[in-house]
Design a protein around this ligand. Structure first.
Ligand code: AMP
Length: 194
């Protein structure tokens, strides 16, 4: 008999900051992945929020899958403790593998790399390439400016409401996980477009 694999959450987050508040947020997310019995798919680095996330997920009993392009193995300190460490030839392959291995996406505060990953998964979902749920956990207003701008783009017809509705934007960790959890019947009404 084949045992079904655990629900796989792909998390995008910073590989740069050393601010303890952000590292703590990443660690709390990792712990929650373990608490829910999920597996973690992440960028396969052991630095900054990415490292705190994967370390806490493993400590919480989660199976962790790290996906890193070969040219970043040293720079992002490949997470050799990953249960699976997948080294890709290119950054594009990294994103594809992360997306393929995920059942849902959670974005935490990050920089241009995080934004790039988030936008690619978001636009892919909007264009019908996948139907996986997406959430942003933002307890500190990191993305307030971005979503204010996106609301303006919606008003002027550049961004459809349906695209905004695909994203659950919340400051609350439990609400973010509940929005992605396939076993959670009453999804909170926290879409970014509301
Ligand atoms: P940052 O948010 O800039 O700290 O980057 C977070 C993660 O995104 C790091 O692991 C980067 O290697 C990764 N990243 C940067 N650029 C890209 C890209 N074009 N595609 C996928 N991941 C990227």
């Amino acid at each position: 008999m084949v045992t079904p694999r655990p629900f796989a959450l792909c998390v995008y987050c910073s590989a740069g900051t050393s601010d303890p508040a952000y590292l703590d947020l990443a660690a709390r997310v990792g712990a929650e992945v373990g608490r829910r019995g999920w597996q973690l798919v992440s960028g396969g680095g052991n630095v900054s929020m990415m490292g705190a996330l994967a370390t806490a997920a493993r400590a919480g009993g989660a199976h962790t899958v790290g996906v890193i392009p070969k040219h970043l193995v040293h720079r992002e300190v490949a997470d050799v403790d990953s249960d699976e460490l997948i080294v890709t030839d290119t950054m594009r392959q990294r994103k594809q593998v992360m997306e393929d291995r995920a059942d849902a996406f959670l974005t935490l505060p990050g920089g241009i790399g995080t934004l790039e990953e988030f936008f690619e998964a978001w636009t892919g979902g909007h264009l019908g390439q996948h139907a996986k749920p997406m959430a942003i956990l933002d307890p500190v207003g990191h993305y307030t400016g971005l979503f204010t701008w996106l609301a303006g783009l919606r008003e002027h017809g550049f961004v459809p409401q349906a695209a905004l509705d695909r994203i659950t934007l919340t400051a609350d960790l439990t609400a973010a996980f509940d929005a992605l959890d396939p076993g959670f019947a009453n999804r909170p009404e926290t879409g970014a477009g509301r």
